[in-house]
Design a protein around this ligand. Structure first.
Ligand code: ZN
Length: 207
């Protein structure tokens, strides 16, 4: 899929940023901008889109529950997992939190791995809807839970910086298994997930 090595990519992006600065009438060699093309290129290749060079399977460490079906069917909820991604429409960040509820069948996933897995998918050009679906599908095929519910709440800086006064929250949801069919269960779980979520606590208000 990728034509260039990381190093080549950095060089090419740096050249493009320099050209961009020239096009908009700036002087790329003035003091404040001299390092900008290389800095921007490093940031994009190594951080913002590092998910293209990564594989979520690298972070997977599952814990089989004695290799047999779990007796209890309790819901596991992992909340407030940071999400930082880039909107593919404007190449600007969107950021917020993901919440995952699942009902384990034979395997559970180490707590911290959720954040790592989401990060791999998030650090690519995305739209929030697709990010939600991709992570839900990945976790669903990985853990084969009886049900999985994934919610992402995020603020899109493309809306923010273009003059929308109040930060725009977008909430996306993906449900699999029993959460698709059992409406009451989905509603109850959502109440727990969203009850003291960032909407109330104002985590994202301080933009
Ligand atoms: Zn956008």
């Amino acid at each position: 899929m990728r034509e260039y090595s990381k190093k080549e990519m950095e060089e090419k992006v740096a050249n493009m940023v320099r050209e961009f600065l020239e096009i908009i009438g700036e002087k790329p060699d003035r003091e404040g901008l001299r390092e900008t093309p290389a800095r921007v290129a490093r940031m994009w290749v190594n951080e913002l889109i590092s998910g293209y060079f990564d594989d979520p399977n690298r972070y997977v460490k599952k814990f089989p529950v004695n290799g047999k079906e779990l007796k209890h069917k309790d819901i596991v909820i992992v909340r407030d997992i940071p999400v930082r991604s880039i909107c593919e429409h404007h190449l600007l960040p969107f950021y917020g939190y993901a919440h995952i509820a699942y009902i384990p069948s034979v395997e559970v996933l180490g707590f911290s791995k959720f954040a790592r897995i989401i990060e791999v998918f998030a650090k690519r050009l995305q739209i929030q809807e697709r990010l939600t679906e991709e992570v839900a599908d990945y976790l669903n095929s990985l853990l084969k839970p009886s049900g999985l519910l994934m919610v992402i709440e995020a603020i899109h800086t493309c809306a923010l910086v273009r003059g929308v006064e109040e930060p725009m929250h977008m909430v996306t949801m993906a449900s699999r298994g029993i959460f698709e069919t059992d409406e009451a269960l989905r509603r109850e779980t959502l109440t727990v997930i969203m009850g003291q979520g960032m909407m109330e606590s104002g985590t994202l208000r301080g933009v």
